[in-house]
Write a protein that binds this ligand. Structure first.
Ligand code: DQA
Length: 144
């Protein structure tokens, strides 16, 4: 089974970015934790980040026929990107939306996700564990 993790804008700054909200772990720390868990679960993981919306759209498109599940932290694009939502709907790869923070407990503009309606479900508010829970959820999803 192959699972692709996609990370959106500013997640490259984790570790120094608003640590009170996002924690002290860097994205490299999170990737290492995900890879450790993936090897326990005997699944293959691809892990990437971009600040560019179109690059994330292209990665979603390129996932077709290659990855069984996408685990997506679209970061701020969660709340704005019709293009990312449309890409998920187009490729029909089961996708799990994740967030480090509990977006429902934050500013109102973070309460709405354009991506959630085309995802299987959402994991939000568990810090680094949102990624681990996302991985565990992904392995339970049968490729369609
Ligand atoms: C985030 C939540 C988003 O609202 C925010 O724009 C991010 C990170 C999270 O992981 O908590 O950049 O996706």
């Amino acid at each position: 089974m192959k699972i692709r993790f996609l990370n959106g804008p500013n997640l490259n700054l984790l570790g120094s970015r608003e640590p009170g909200i996002y924690g002290a772990a860097t994205l490299a720390d999170i990737e290492a934790a995900v890879r450790r868990e993936a090897s326990e679960l005997k699944v293959e993981v691809d892990f990437r980040q971009s600040n560019i919306e179109g690059e994330i759209v292209t990665w979603i498109q390129d996932s077709k026929g290659v990855f069984d599940v996408i685990v997506l932290n679209a970061a701020a694009y969660t709340h704005t990107s019709v293009a990312i939502r449309d890409a998920i709907a187009a490729v029909k790869i089961p996708t799990i939306e994740i967030h480090l923070s509990n977006t429902s407990a934050r500013e109102e503009f973070r309460h709405h996700s354009l991506v959630a309606p085309v995802c299987i479900g959402v994991i939000s508010g568990f810090g680094v564990n949102s990624y681990i829970l996302g991985l565990r959820a992904a392995v339970t999803v049968k490729a369609s």
